[in-house]
Design a protein around this ligand. Structure first.
Ligand code: IPE
Ligand code: IPE
Ligand code: MG
Length: 240
């Protein structure tokens, strides 16, 4: 296992949890079985993030484009969200995890919306890890809803005003974005917030992504030089 420098551990990690379907298909199982295993993998990842001192974890659970999947898979994913809430929320409460659901939740049934709101409320006092679950989320939707909010408030549409209106305004931008499943694309995830995020692509399928794989991603991140437009000399000599 690569040695981790505690001071450099990313404070905010975002994850595109991809590869559940392939994980299931390889085992001759229905795709939904892969999603179920994906929930177990998420639970393990949450614990690993807590253990490593990560403050915020943001995961892509269902994209605005995932509605276009076969109806059976979409309803399986909706059911799984409800079941996972019942199964995981008590543990999250006990582990100090504060849950937020991010996305266009109005498209979900009223019952589901109530379930999500209750899960958020029952973890609202927790401070160990913020877990943002992006559901019916799209990066373009996020930018559009932020622009709408700012425009209707009558303020000028500045970067700062938009930033404050984005769905993840309650957390700093991600330091590290991990995508599992081997694809090298963003798939309409956090388009605005990843302007200076470091990217790490893993060939592991999401259900196989374990604590060692997370440590590898963090170790790679720790060896990157984040320049934010400056020169390397400015960064290393700490000259402004
Ligand atoms: C990601 O896994 C989970 C969701 C999109 C809901 P996939 O279901 O996309 O898995 P693959 O990419 O088909 O293997
Ligand atoms: C991205 O994965 C969405 C989630 C992980 C929830 P997809 O599997 O939907 O992405 P594409 O279709 O391969 O780009
Ligand atoms: Mg996929």
């Amino acid at each position: 296992m690569a040695k981790l420098e505690t001071k450099a551990v990313p404070q905010h990690i975002a994850v595109v949890m991809d590869g559940n379907g392939r994980w299931a298909t390889k085992r001759f199982l229905p795709r939904v079985a892969g999603h179920k295993q994906g929930v177990t993998s998420l639970s393990r990842c949450v614990q690993a993030c807590i253990d490593r001192g990560v403050a915020v974890l943001t995961v892509f659970a269902f994209s605005s484009e995932n509605w276009n999947r076969p109806q059976e898979e979409v309803s399986g994913l909706m059911e799984l969200l409800v079941l996972s809430l019942a199964g995981e929320v008590p543990r999250m409460k006990a582990n100090g995890v504060r849950l937020h659901f991010i996305g266009d939740l109005k498209r979900l049934s009223t019952k589901m919306q109530t379930g999500l709101a209750n899960a958020e409320a029952s973890t609202a006092d927790n401070t160990r890890l913020i877990l943002n679950v992006c559901f019916n989320y799209g990066g373009r939707w996020d930018i559009a809803q932020a622009a709408q909010k700012v425009a209707s408030s009558g303020q000028p549409i500045t970067e700062m005003a938009l930033d404050r209106a984005m769905a993840l305004a309650h957390v700093p931008d991600p330091d590290l974005l991990i995508r599992t499943g081997g694809e090298l694309r963003i798939s309409n995830f956090l388009l605005w917030q990843t302007a200076y995020t470091e990217f790490h692509f893993s060939d592991k399928l999401w259900p196989d992504f374990d604590a060692a794989a997370l440590d590898e991603a963090i170790a790679v991140f720790c060896n990157r030089e984040r320049r934010f437009g400056k020169t390397s000399e400015q960064i290393t000599s700490k000259v402004a």
